[in-house]
Ligand binder design. Structure first.
Ligand code: S3P
Length: 445
């Protein structure tokens, strides 16, 4: 369905957003590898995470939703490390790159065959980046489409542990190798020069694995995981997803009169690049009530409407805000002056070619941009753009949500071609935005 977004009211009050997607995938996977019961509250019930839940059930875990004291929770009964069983059917990972790549790693060290498929977007994304290091430890794959899904994994129980410096700063590759390392002998060692989100490391520790992270003199992170741990079922309370909160944070920053608090949002230091960038642009964002649970910090984020200036976002920040470029580009489009995103070639292989989708969408809405293979410049005019365009979302939830936010402030409404991808990560996005004074409606044909 296509949607149209028009000028709304200021965003006021206090809200929560759904649970962190990265942490939700990992909670289900590690729960399935633990002995005993894992109880999860705050799990993101978006399509991506549900794809992981269904796949982990197919692999033998018991995973059930429930209700306690009016709150939703999930129970996972694990099979123990190495205890997964061969699925009868192929695994469908839908739109989720995280689910696909983490499970390729997990299955690499189980001695059975599994075939994995995905939707059109996922089937065009590169998987060789995880398959190559997994081949090195002894796993085999069959892929008829040059390293893309569908892929059959032929796992091994005689794996060597990985010993590798990551070439691409990617939490998905790192996590795939760590999950493979759980059912391998010895120590899996991974070095990252440009650190990516560390939820897998934190959660492995929380479930009882022997995992150490050393920060070397050159700033690189060295992760050491001992194979065959006995993971123990745990209680987990997942904080709100900063990558979903990002849409509301930017909406409040750019909508005059807004004053919004986002409650209990994960603020893992390796995920908060958007907050740093917006503050550099002049945004008034403050953090309150910092807490710690499941080894992850969370807090309330208070945002007030602020005029913005263009800035240069260096490539070193990319891993800390890799999913936030689409929505930051919306902030840049209303800022005064040029904003430049450097070293963002990875955006070309996300749910869509985000570099192309962002610049195409901004141009349609009246904003000038300039792209290279790995960078994007956005020429803001210090006021909202004209809008009045049809933006293609390319099956990409973050592109769809970003341009719906721009429609709340642009001079004329903005239409997006297809909202279906939004439910992969933020199922109540439209309802929440409209309850806050947004004007997002089905577009008449
Ligand atoms: C994720 C890692 C990121 C991010 C994705 C979620 C994860 O991908 O884009 O949405 O949960 O590990 P890369 O680390 O591969 O860049």
């Amino acid at each position: 369905m296509s949607l149209i977004s028009s000028k709304g009211r200021p965003l006021l009050g206090s809200i929560e957003v759904p649970g962190d997607k990265s942490i939700s995938h990992r909670a289900l996977i590690l729960g399935a590898l633990a002995i005993g019961k894992t109880k999860i509250t705050g799990l993101l019930e978006g399509e991506d995470v549900i794809a992981t839940a269904v796949a982990m059930r197919q692999l033998g875990a018991i995973i059930e939703p429930g209700q306690k004291d009016g709150f939703r929770n999930w129970t996972v009964i694990g099979r123990g490390v190495g205890g997964l069983s061969e699925p009868e059917q192929i695994l469908n990972m839908g739109n989720s790159g995280t689910a696909a790549r983490l499970l390729l790693g997990l299955l690499a060290t189980h001695s059975f065959e599994t075939t994995m498929i995905g939707d059109k977007s996922l089937s065009s994304r590169p998987m060789e980046r995880v398959m190559a290091p997994l081949r090195d430890i002894g796993c085999n794959f069959i892929s008829r489409s040059g390293g893309k899904l569908p892929i059959t994994t032929i796992g091994t129980i005689n794996a060597l542990p990985s010993d590798l410096t990551l070439k691409i700063p990617s939490a998905q590759i790192k996590s795939a190798l760590l999950l493979a390392g759980l059912n391998s002998p010895g120590i899996t060692r991974i070095i990252e020069k440009n650190p990516s989100r560390d939820h897998t490391e934190k959660m492995l520790k929380y479930f009882g694995a022997e995992i150490d992270v050393i920060i070397n003199d050159d700033g690189s992170r060295e992760i050491l995981l001992k194979g065959y741990p006995e993971l123990e079922g745990k209680n987990l309370n997942i904080p709100g997803d900063i990558s979903s909160a990002a849409f509301l944070i930017v909406a409040a920053v750019i909508t005059p009169g807004s004053d919004l608090t986002l409650k209990n949002i994960g603020i893992n230091p390796l995920r908060v690049g958007l907050l740093d960038s917006l503050r550099e642009m002049g945004a008034n964002i403050t953090i309150h009530n910092v807490k710690n649970s499941i080894n992850e910090p969370s807090a309330d984020i208070h945002v007030v409407h602020s005029p913005l200036n263009g800035v240069v976002i260096p490539s070193s920040r990319a891993p800390m805000m890799i999913d936030e470029y689409p929505i930051l580009s919306i902030a840049a489009s209303v800022a005064e002056g040029e904003t430049s995103f450097e070293g963002i070639g990875e955006l070309r292989v996300k749910e869509s070619d985000r570099l192309k989708a962002i610049s195409e969408g901004l141009e349609v809405c009246g904003i000038k941009t300039h792209t290279t293979k790995t960078s994007l410049r956005i020429f803001g005019r210090g006021s909202p753009p004209s809008g009045n365009g049809l933006v293609h979302s390319y099956l990409d939830h973050r592109i769809a949500m970003s341009f719906l936010i721009l429609g709340l402030v642009s001079d004329n409404p903005i239409k997006i071609d297809d909202e279906s991808s939004i439910k992969t990560s933020f199922p109540n996005f439209i309802t929440l935005m409209n309850s806050l004074g947004g004007e997002i409606r089905p577009a008449s044909k």
